[in-house]
Design a protein around this ligand. Sequence first.
Ligand SMILES: *[C@@H]1O[C@H](CO)[C@@H](O)[C@H](O)[C@H]1NC(C)=O
Ligand SMILES: *[C@@H]1O[C@H](CO)[C@@H](O)[C@H](O)[C@H]1NC(C)=O
Ligand SMILES: *[C@@H]1O[C@H](CO)[C@@H](O)[C@H](O)[C@H]1NC(C)=O
Ligand SMILES: *[C@@H]1O[C@H](CO)[C@@H](O)[C@H](O)[C@H]1NC(C)=O
Ligand SMILES: *[C@@H]1O[C@H](CO)[C@@H](O)[C@H](O)[C@H]1NC(C)=O
Ligand SMILES: *[C@@H]1O[C@H](CO)[C@@H](O)[C@H](O)[C@H]1NC(C)=O
Ligand SMILES: *[C@@H]1O[C@H](CO)[C@@H](O)[C@H](O)[C@H]1NC(C)=O
Length: 681
Amino acid sequence: MWWARTTTLLVSACLLSALSAHAIWPQPALYGANKTQSFARVSSDLRFNLVDGTDKTRVPSDLTDAIVAATKLANSIDLWPLTPGRGEEDRAAVNAAPLISGVQIKVLELMPETTPNPCAKKQIAEAPLEARSLQAPFQGRLKAIHDVQLDDTTQNQATANTETAEVWSNACSIANRAIKEVDYKVSSKPLDLRTDKSAPADLGFLDAEMYRIDVPQDGSSIRLTSYTALGALRGLQTLLQLIYSLPPQGGKSQRFIRNVPNVITDRPAYPYRGLLLDTSRNWFDLPTIRKLIDTMQFVKLNQLHWHATDTHSWPLAFEGELSVLADKGSYGWTYVDGQLVRMVYTEADIKDIIDYAAARGINVIIETDMPAHMLEGVQAVGGGELMACPNRPDWQSVAAEPPSGQLRLVSNGTTLNTTDVGTFTVPGPIKTFVSTLLRKTASLSKSVYVSSGGDEPNFHCWNLSSEAAMEPYLAKFMAVVTNVTTAAGKKGVVWEEMAVKFPTVAKTLGKGSLVGIWNDPNNAGIAIENNPDVKVVLAPYTFFYLDCGGPVFLGNTTNNNWCPYVSWQKTYSFDPSVVIANATAVNPGLKGVRERFVGGESAVWSEQIDAQNLDVKVWPRAAAGAEVWWSGEVANGKKREPIEALERLLELRWRLVARGVRAEPLQPLWCALRVGECNLY
Ligand SMILES: *[C@@H]1O[C@H](CO)[C@@H](O)[C@H](O)[C@H]1NC(C)=O
Ligand SMILES: *[C@@H]1O[C@H](CO)[C@@H](O)[C@H](O)[C@H]1NC(C)=O
Ligand SMILES: *[C@@H]1O[C@H](CO)[C@@H](O)[C@H](O)[C@H]1NC(C)=O
Ligand SMILES: *[C@@H]1O[C@H](CO)[C@@H](O)[C@H](O)[C@H]1NC(C)=O
Ligand SMILES: *[C@@H]1O[C@H](CO)[C@@H](O)[C@H](O)[C@H]1NC(C)=O
Ligand SMILES: *[C@@H]1O[C@H](CO)[C@@H](O)[C@H](O)[C@H]1NC(C)=O
Ligand SMILES: *[C@@H]1O[C@H](CO)[C@@H](O)[C@H](O)[C@H]1NC(C)=O
């Protein structure tokens, strides 16, 4: 157990009191700070260095980039304390404090003591990615925009990325760790970041994210220690949250860290800490997605569940035989920062998003939803032969929302009748299409996971008599999906419909595949009962859907949308242990139920969200989810609860604003500056 292993750390931190009020988000596993008022000044030219002795040949480029990015942020972003004086009251004491001018980063996997060397030597010289436009022109439409000059100077983020294919063979990169299968395996050797000189070869997924920060009181360098580059990345995000500024004087900001010394030892509770982004209902440009990834990184979210397609549009611009999907099913043209772009993601864009995320410790799981939630694009395949109930005017009788459409898996029309279970097989054109599609998303994915969605299949759309009547056809369908996914070397991801309602469908899911629970969280226990080989991702809409609340998107009604608004407090109050207890009770005798709960995610279903309001809808509420999954049920020895969390979340919100994220305010600034003075009493 990780707790047992870190008891020594607890003892060493005992001299220091635990200040839960310090503004780290998500809350670290162990945090000790000086309970006496004390400060260290932080140089306005804070230098971050890998410690002497680091094997430079092993340092992955994404770690170098992460250190450069953290240096820039540490030396540019100011957050004044959330007090009425904004820190003015501490000016004299801060100015008298020793000055810290360096951060020494020690990544044990990069030290010569770590043997056998788990890092592949670089095979090919590093070459910058081919310079490309903000949004590469789509396919054959290239000519149509030939005279529209895309401004190459605005491509800073795309071209700054100099990663090459070799990064994926470099076991020491952040990216390499980020894309691994989520699990709870731990290294066979107990870990102690204070004393370990090397990283064990069998480091577990969560061990890799572990880090320790020591902020001294005497002005010597801050020390950040981790086993991996990914762990260093996580630690850098925490470190950035320790730094405050005095109100500027003479145009200069004095930065400082309070309550020194600080000692932080941290490791996540859950390996899957996700955010779902739906790019079908509304499209998001690449800079917006990169910014979302940056903010996810800041709060240590590590899975971007990319719900790429739905009935409304097909933005994945595949090359080759599937190109018709976006050609016919995307939203067409728009302007992004004054540039004309197509609302698609080319294969180069998809790679860009995946690589950008991975270098920030985030795995991208591509979801092409099926057999329901398909229309645009898919309708254009084979003259429409794949579709059942496409865009019906009476959509309400066949789908959850307009426009309707799902794969024509089974027919029960007057002339065409394929309902005979004995002879039923997945229709050839559907099998071919689904196989080609999944092989394509698998080939583009760096992730172990590829998602086929599977929510809300509608029996009326197939002229069946009941929901239960869908089961045999869905089971055959999912068997095909699992086959193709497995053959492509991937694990599947499905929504709970494929695992909870229909036991025989659940049986077709592959070992280690993920099931997203979006209704009653206790459905997780049923999914596990139906197929003990699956793992569970918790995303019940009552706690995690960021689009809930507000007006419905449907015309000619004045109702609110289908689900109630999810406050940050509601998300934060989610207690996975209650759900795990239910699943354990529902599956008596089954070992390792806890280990099947790999985490959860907040969801940005985008019917009413696009780049204009994304920040406000997501932040800081998704950060509440990030803490549920990073910190777990207990943080710093105490059960998490929203009353304690408010003060820290306010600080996070202001830090996000300082970074240019339009996170929504939680309180009047007056209240944010005066902790507790706006409480109910
Ligand atoms: C905490 O800060 C005070 C005041 O600067 C200092 O005297 C004391 O040594 C510090 N405590 C620890 C445990 O370092
Ligand atoms: C459902 O029945 C209608 C006519 O009754 C038919 O046009 C349609 O193709 C049928 N759909 C399926 C999936 O069998
Ligand atoms: C289709 O065939 C089944 C028997 O295989 C029958 O029960 C059903 O009524 C038929 N459907 C229609 C619409 O005729
Ligand atoms: C097919 O449609 C017929 C007529 O509506 C219905 O009686 C039958 O139950 C349907 N078959 C299935 C498998 O639901
Ligand atoms: C899945 O693959 C296995 C082995 O290749 C094959 O025997 C089986 O028929 C396939 N099942 C489906 C539903 O395609
Ligand atoms: C909305 O409009 C549709 C026709 O487009 C009509 O059938 C329906 O009754 C209307 N609903 C309401 C609540 O007005
Ligand atoms: C688990 O949760 C379900 C649904 O909320 C409930 O009906 C059931 O009684 C619970 N089972 C146990 C053993 O707690």
